[in-house]
Design a protein around this ligand. Structure first.
Ligand SMILES: C=C1C[C@]23C[C@@]1(O)CC[C@H]2[C@@]12CC[C@H](O)[C@@](C)(C(=O)O1)[C@H]2[C@@H]3C(=O)O
Ligand SMILES: O=C(O)CCC(=O)C(=O)O
Ligand SMILES: [Fe+2]
Length: 352
């Protein structure tokens, strides 16, 4: 029999939401009300721009089984990073078993009641602030991300001695993905004529981050201006993304938004801000976003290849486009901007 309190709670939830969902609507009600008054309904053009019915694209698909023998494969990686800022990899060496285990553990942790997730970070020994949802500093609806995430510094889980199946699965997943990330970064450095061990020396397993994303269905506002994850670039060297088959990721190409067609066999790789700065603008950190789905929840996990906080990012071309900055300084600037403006400014802050 259903307990009366649970039933009452269920009746108070907006349609389509369950007790594991963060209270988006209640928390951001002022933004929804403001949008209703100021912006009224999104125009037809805006609906097309935001909706998941955009034209689809397939970033270059690169088969890594030839990586060690083939120069072509390396050139394809460099070309995609210059022209798209995005590519997909198959035969990447991350076993299906690890990917599936990672997804199972991720689903399990997000399925817990919201109140429990707020406290879960303590049980898991993750830094406070690792569990994030919505956009606390959003000033308008367009800055709201209708998603929740565990954004975890890998230093928090390294040597977790298998304490808890989530931590040990994350550690295994990160361990294999980090080899791939470092290999891709070295290939990109080599293509620019740098034969250094820069990434091996500056990006260690525990300087990187793992972000588990969950996008709850957003039934109340179909075709609204609400994103699953607002438009952004990543603040790292490169990102490796493992997504499910729901779709929703979109990227900018030639000034237009395109929906990325999910490929169940591929991982998605995208260039981040640090690589754009390091390569002096050769490799592109491209804006991307996730749109909401009215009915289906979506999961993704992103591995961010990051250096030590003290590592200084120097543009390797002449004349340099960006001033030198440490990763610490970059993160701090992003955080300050998100806090003050509700959104990230990113690399334009560091232009010379
Ligand atoms: C509100 C925000 C948090 C975020 C920067 C942003 O303006 C939009 C996206 C978020 C994101 C996603 C990728 C990375 O995890 C991140 C560090 C980044 O560069 O953009 C986060 C930012 C964050 O969590 O601070
Ligand atoms: O979920 C996705 O497809 C993208 C996630 C993303 O962009 C991020 O975590 O930075
Ligand atoms: Fe991203």
């Amino acid at each position: 029999m259903v307990e009366t309190t649970n039933l009452l709670e269920a009746l108070n939830q907006p349609v389509g939401m369950d007790s594991s969902d963060p209270p988006f609507y209640e928390t951001y009600k002022a933004l929804f009300d403001k949008a209703a008054i100021e912006e009224s309904r999104p125009t037809k053009r805006e609906q097309v721009m935001f909706a998941s019915s955009l034209e689809e694209c397939e970033p270059p698909l690169i088969d890594l089984s030839q990586l060690d023998e083939s120069r072509d494969c390396k050139s394809e990686i460099a070309r995609a990073s210059r022209e798209w800022g995005f590519f997909q990899v198959v035969n990447h060496g991350i076993s299906r078993e690890i990917l599936e285990r990672m997804r199972r553990e991720q689903v399990k942790v997000f399925r817990q009641p919201f109140e429990k997730k707020i406290n879960e970070v303590k049980f898991l020994n993750f830094s406070s602030g690792s569990y994030r949802w919505g956009t606390p500093a959003a000033t308008c609806l367009k800055q709201l991300s209708w998603s929740e995430a565990f954004h975890v510094p890998l230093a928090d889980i390294s040597g977790s001695d298998g304490c808890g199946s989530l931590s040990s699965t994350m550690e295994q997943f990160a361990g294999t993905v980090s080899d791939l990330a470092n290999k891709l970064a070295e290939i990109l450095a080599e293509d620019l004529g740098h034969k250094s061990d820069y990434f091996k020396e500056n990006c260690l397993a525990n300087t990187c981050y793992l972000r588990m994303n969950r996008y709850p269905p957003c039934p109340m506002f179909p075709n609204s201006n609400v994103f699953g994850l607002m438009p952004h670039t990543d603040s790292d060297f490169l990102t490796i993304l493992y997504q499910d088959d729901v779709g929703g990721l979109q990227l900018v190409r030639d000034g237009q938004w395109f929906a990325v067609k999910p490929n169940p066999d591929a991982l998605i790789v995208n260039i981040g801000d640090l690589f754009q700065a390091w390569s002096n603008g050769v490799y592109k950190s491209v804006e991307h976003r996730v749109v909401t789905n009215p009915r289906v929840e979506r999961f993704s996990s992103a591995y961010f290849l990051c250096p030590f906080h003290d590592t200084v990012i120097k543009s390797c071309g002449q004349p340099p486009v960006y001033r030198n900055f440490s990763f610490r300084e970059y993160r701090q600037q992003v955080q300050d901007d998100v806090q003050k403006l509700g959104q990230k400014v990113g690399l334009p802050r560091f232009l010379l």
